[in-house]
Design a protein around this ligand. Structure first.
Ligand SMILES: C[S@@+](CC[C@H](N)C(=O)[O-])C[C@H]1O[C@@H](n2cnc3c(N)ncnc32)[C@H](O)[C@@H]1O
Length: 322
């Protein structure tokens, strides 16, 4: 049986073309690609790449200045944080949440936009595997080129499940029967129509947004759409620890904010979204909601919004959060 794409580059002795991550005595990382005959230079001497070719991971090499460097293959979280960037990447803590909470499975058909630097694309490709599909859309050619370079360097060549399209998702999405749609962009609400059309019943949309205003606007747009379940939102905070003798405590610094995650499921066609059972807190929707609007079902809200769009008036009880 053949190995999944990229798997042979994840284990075994170092080979030409592998990514190597060196750690110096101060814990600093340096990443390079192994090439026969090349030298790795530091300010305290050099060593030949050939010393690592054929050696096991976890080897220590010494420079001509006798400084030891630990050599390992970078893990995917290391790789995405050190690779060339166009747009900001999704941090490993959020990528892990997306894989788990958006339930990305081997063989899944996934649509993703935007691609940015390709960090999330790499995680998604590993999860869907060679028999799945990842259809990625990126509006900027320069970012798509960076992402393609990053993804192909990681897998050692093109991935059979990856289809990369340059253009706006809302104007170009062609896939149908999609299991998951993952949006990491400024305005995910602009893509809900095409996402809803592409998703299978029960399919899941996951939006990663950086600000509460984006989160609020996306949530209300999902509710108004009428084809999605009540959205869920959360964020994660990861606190690393200092480990030294009796000084075992949280590190003083942490990444305080990356983004918020939102998920919602696609209803079957023609099904009314169930009524929200809980009444929103008084004032949650502002004064314009005090005429009964909080008790509207998602379907009623969607109908009101559609009628308002058609007549060019504001929908009663449906705020424009833009
Ligand atoms: C924050 S970056 C994505 C980072 C990416 N998830 C990663 O981990 O490397 C957002 C990207 O979305 C792209 N974008 C924004 N709106 C888009 C749209 N409607 N369709 C396609 N791409 C879009 C932007 O050009 C940008 O590259």
């Amino acid at each position: 049986m053949s190995e999944p794409t990229g798997a042979t580059r994840r284990r075994g002795p170092f080979q030409v073309g592998d990514q190597v991550q060196l750690t110096d005595p101060k814990g600093r990382h340096y990443t390079f690609t192994l090439q026969a005959g090349n030298q790795f230079h530091t300010h305290k001497g050099a060593f030949p790449h050939d010393e690592l070719i054929g050696a096991p991971e976890g080897t220590v090499v010494r420079t001509t200045g006798n400084v030891p460097y630990l050599a390992l293959r970078p893990l995917l979280p290391d790789y995405v944080l050190s690779m060339p960037r166009g747009a900001a990447v999704i941090y490993p803590k959020d990528a892990g949440q997306i894989l788990a909470m958006a339930d990305i499975f081997a063989g899944a058909r996934v649509v993703e936009a935007g691609v940015g630097s390709g960090a999330l694309s790499t995680y998604l490709l590993r999860a869907v595997g060679d028999t799945g599909l990842l259809a990625s859309y990126e509006r900027r050619q320069d970012f798509a080129d960076i992402a393609k370079g990053n993804v192909e360097r990681y897998f050692g060549g093109p991935h059979p499940a990856w289809k990369l399209t340059v253009g706006d998702l809302q104007d170009n999405l062609v896939e149908a029967d999609v299991d998951r749609v993952i949006l990491d962009m400024l305005a995910p609400w602009e893509c809900l129509d095409v996402a809803s059309k592409a998703l299978v019943p029960g399919g899941l949309i996951c939006c990663y947004v950086a600000t509460t205003t984006q989160m609020s606007k996306t949530v209300e747009a999902l509710r108004d759409h009428g084809t999605f379940t009540e959205p869920q939102a959360w964020e994660t905070m990861v606190r690393t620890w200092h480990l030294e003798g009796l000084a075992v405590r949280p590190d003083h610094r942490m990444i305080g904010h990356t983004g918020f995650l939102l998920t919602s499921r696609r209803l079957a066609d023609g099904v009314e979204p169930p009524l929200r059972r809980r009444r929103p807190a008084k004032g949650a929707y502002g004064e314009e909601y005090d005429n009964g609007a909080p008790e509207q079902s998602l379907q009623e809200r969607a109908a009101a919004r559609a009628a308002a769009k058609a007549t060019g008036t504001d929908a009663p009880g449906a705020p424009d959060l833009g």
